[in-house]
Design a protein around this ligand. Structure first.
Ligand SMILES: [Zn+2]
Length: 331
């Protein structure tokens, strides 16, 4: 196998020699070769049988039944283990032992009896036939299905959303959220506000209520400096502080990053949502994306809920899938 490609390095733990107890008889020595999760055992007559191989260090820890994961993931654990027992293990007696072992291990992981029924009895041959015909039927159906969506898993709520998707023939899959890893692991250093790239920002006049919402693919700092430049002819902010109200000014410190979005189209949508929500006096139009009026209702509701918070950083993070772990406005 190692000759197929130089990047393939197959190592073996060598021959596995094990004392196995045979029910009712005394133990005998068994010799075999382990590869991945399969153990090939050489029988006394020279023939080979296969079993599931677990390292000595294997702890039989599986996804705990009490953990906050969709039920189907837990069902998947049971099904996968059962499937392995039925495909990897070649002899009926070994298979019975493997299933018995799994039943015990899964019980220790909190799995109730009703779900363990999916381990099934040892009737491999019938099930194999069923399984293949089932696969053919579903793959036929699958082809007609629409592109699946992946939604965050929120117990009780995501199941409802999936039902709605299901009505339109769109398969939905769950992705666990709020894992410890997501909460604790932040591989990126925080970027200082002025260097944030692709922001939707809000510039507030220091002297009056005048406000401007904009977006840029560049850094906040460079776009902000353009707004403040006297020579800028296109900026409504520059017009306000240099022409209409020469006493007024704007500061980068007082400029909020409402959200960030690297994708051009999506950033335009987010900007439009904020313009609709905040109704900034210096914006001449609703932004480069023409947000349909159907959004008004949901924006109004969210703005009401957000009102106590200055700036409203939570708005778009909810309705336009912003990444709340990215830099937020300094509200
Ligand atoms: Zn002003």
């Amino acid at each position: 196998m190692n000759t197929v490609d130089e990047d393939i390095k197959w190592t073996t733990e060598g021959e596995v020699v094990k004392e196995v107890e045979i029910e009712g008889l005394e133990s005998k020595t068994e010799r075999g070769l382990a590869f991945l999760d399969t153990l090939s055992v050489i029988n006394e007559d020279g023939s080979i049988k296969t079993r599931v191989h677990r390292k000595e260090t294997h702890t039989d820890q599986y996804l705990n039944f009490q953990s906050n994961h969709p039920l189907e993931h837990k069902r998947g654990v049971v099904k996968t283990l059962a499937y392995r027992a039925k495909t990897v293990v070649s002899e009926r007696e070994d298979r019975r032992k493997e299933l018995k072992h799994l039943r015990g291990a899964l019980k220790c992981n909190g799995y109730p009896d009703w779900i363990l029924q999916e381990l099934g009895e040892d009737n491999t041959h019938d099930e194999e036939k069923e399984a293949t015909s089932e696969v053919m039927v579903t793959s036929d159906k699958e082809r007609k299905k629409k592109i699946p969506v992946v939604i965050p898993y929120i117990k009780g709520f995501s199941e409802q959303i999936r039902r709605v998707f299901g009505k339109y023939g769109i398969p939905a899959y769950f992705k666990p959220t709020n894992t410890l890893r997501q909460l604790l692991v932040k591989p990126k250093d925080p970027v200082s506000k002025e260097n944030v790239v692709g922001p939707v920002y809000k510039i507030q006049c220091e002297k009056c209520e005048a406000m401007y919402v904009g977006e840029t693919e560049r850094s906040l700092k460079s776009r902000f400096n353009e707004h403040r430049r006297r020579s800028s002819t296109t900026s409504e902010v520059a017009k306000h502080i240099h022409v209409e109200q020469p006493e007024h000014s704007v500061e980068l410190d007082n400029t909020d990053i409402l959200t960030t979005e690297s994708r051009w189209f999506e950033r335009g949508v987010k900007e439009a949502i904020y313009i609709r929500a905040l109704n900034p006096s210096l914006n001449r139009d609703g932004g480069r994306y023409n947000l349909p009026p159907v959004w008004d209702n949901i924006i109004k509701k969210r703005v009401k809920a957000d009102r106590p918070k200055k700036g409203g950083g939570g708005l778009v993070t909810v309705i336009a899938h912003g990444d709340p772990s990215d830099v937020r406005g300094s509200d």
